[in-house]
Design a protein. Structure first.
Lengths: 241, 98
């Protein structure tokens, strides 16, 4: 059993110091790794990123993260990522990593993702350049997620996890107004996950959504936005072969 | 913060400026919550039972105080009700086996 802890949307700022650390310090008892599903800060400033870094520094389990839209707001996502990497966090954007834990290899493919909506109610790559670029941004992110998962398939992993900030499915948006679904995720992410295969897909972003969902291809999806799971993190047990 | 919220009729029957229209004021509240120190996109503000009702989850008690201050500034003169909770920071009591 590989125990995957995950949380997203912790939105840390100067007043958040130490809020999550007591719970994170229990990770060695209940999990083998921690996934952070983006929106770790409020504005994506280096100061906020340092609060996050301090919160996860020296944790007893490997920490793998993607950034979210909030982490891009200050337009320094690389700086945010570097501050997290400085304390040992693996920050993924369109790439994969293999974590050795619980006597097994766990592959994690991570990408922020982007919006566009879901089948039959989605934005198309058509019309104004801005509109086309919007959809192409999502497509590029989904393509990088698929490629990363495919590469992990050849690396003797007992389990593969897709980690995004935006949602791959509408299931886990239940509770959010339908009108904003196109800003919360895209089916292109789910198509990438189903094409390459994965054992679990984890995302955040949808604070009013729900935890459980599944892609059209049968991959389980979990929305781990902190307001949704109402905990410092949740833990999912994956059966390793 | 006591005047109940009432929906205004079409502009042709109501000379009130758009700046007093409750819907636009709520929209401007959303803009401020996102743009200012909270960077908050997850709080919902909706008109219910003659009041603007704020719901959602924020990361800290300070965030909630800031949220309420901005809401009262932006919606001055309107009835504002809040049901904003703090994010839980305890660990889970069990794992979900998949």
């Amino acid at each position: 059993m590989i125990r995957v802890a995950a949380v997203g949307d912790i939105h840390m700022g100067a007043d958040s110091r130490g809020l999550l650390r007591p719970a994170f310090d229990t990770l060695s008892d209940c999990a083998d790794l921690l996934l952070l599903a983006g929106d770790l800060t409020r504005h994506g400033t280096p100061q906020e990123a340092e609060v996050v870094a301090r919160e996860v520094h020296g944790l007893p389990v490997p920490v793998v993260a993607v950034l979210g839209n909030h982490d891009h707001h200050d337009e320094q996502p690389e700086k945010v990522a570097d501050l997290l990497r400085d304390v040992g966090v693996t920050v993924l954007e369109g790439e994969g990593t293999v974590v050795e834990c619980a006597g097994a290899r766990v592959g994690i493919a991570g990408a922020k993702g982007f919006g566009g909506g879901f089948v039959g109610r989605s934005a198309g790559e058509f019309g104004e350049p801005l509109m086309k670029e919007f959809v192409r941004t999502t497509r590029r992110s989904a393509d990088s997620l698929r490629t990363s998962l495919e590469e992990l398939a050849g690396q003797d992993c007992a389990a593969r996890v897709a980690l995004t900030h935006f949602s791959p499915v509408a299931d886990t948006l239940a509770g959010e107004p339908l009108e904003i679904h196109p800003f919360l995720g895209s089916y292109l992410l789910a198509e990438a996950i189903d094409t390459a295969g994965a054992d679990l897909a984890v995302h955040g972003h949808a604070h009013l959504g729900s935890e459980h969902g599944m892609t059209a291809g049968g991959v389980r999806v979990r929305n781990v936005a902190q307001p949704v799971i109402r905990r410092a993190f949740n833990v999912y047990g994956l059966n390793a072969p | 913060m006591s005047d109940p919220v009432t929906h205004r009729g079409p502009a042709a029957h109501d000379p009130a400026p758009a700046s007093e229209n409750v819907e636009y004021r709520v929209a401007h509240l959303h803009d401020r919550l996102a743009a200012e120190e909270l960077g908050e996109l997850g709080v919902r503000a909706e008109i219910r039972a003659g009041a603007v009702v704020l719901t959602g989850t924020v990361p800290s008690a300070q965030c909630r105080e800031t949220l309420l201050r901005i809401a009262h500034e932006e919606l001055a003169g309107l009835t504002v009700r809040t049901d904003v909770v703090l994010a839980e920071t305890t660990g889970p009591d069990r794992a979900e086996e998949l």
